[in-house]
Design a protein around this ligand. Sequence first.
Ligand code: AMP
Length: 213
Amino acid sequence: MRLILVGPPGAGKGTQAVHLASNFAIPHISTGDIFRFNIKGQTPLGLLAKSYMDKGDLVPDSVTNDMVKDRLTHPDTKNGFLLDGYPRNIEQADFLAAVLKENATPLDAVLEFSLENAEIIKRLSGRRVCRGCAAISHVEFDKPKVAGLCDACGGELYQRDDDKEEVIANRLAVYAQQTEPIINYYKKSGLLKTISAVGGVLDIAARAIDALK
Ligand code: AMP
């Protein structure tokens, strides 16, 4: 299964990606996670990415495209992959199409998660991420058993800088202007499947797997 997840920030792509990757036994490739990993390791890529991410802007295509192209050469992608957070504009979608054509590995589906802006803001502002294992929780909707600590590994939970209110507005604007056009792009190619991102994590996961049958 070669799959792309698309949807506004906070729609639950990261959470659902974990379920879907496990269900289809494919690697979960999140460009946001790769950037955050590099920020944590203070690599040159991390320093560059941080300057864009902190503002809610996209990291330049020249950097992101090559990073994904390289990731798709890893042997674990042989039986498929799940791309979470990439492509995020038409240029990236065109670049990916060329890479997949060259590799003779066509996409199977593009799964869109749809959600209202008011709900997105509630989800993003309460979202917390584990410093240890990157698991996602929410201060209200998916409370950890012990406040501030990850249920999965006991690591410290933190709020992403780009989940702070002042950055959320820009991320939503960037999504509307740059990312939304790719929905029509994939609709035209007949690959798009859209599901509602409202409801419990397991309900949405079941809906997603059903849509991909
Ligand atoms: P995410 O974890 O997917 O919400 O991504 C967090 C941030 O990483 C985004 O707001 C961007 O600054 C950057 N980012 C992630 N994926 C991409 C991408 N495909 N193109 C450009 N920037 C990206």
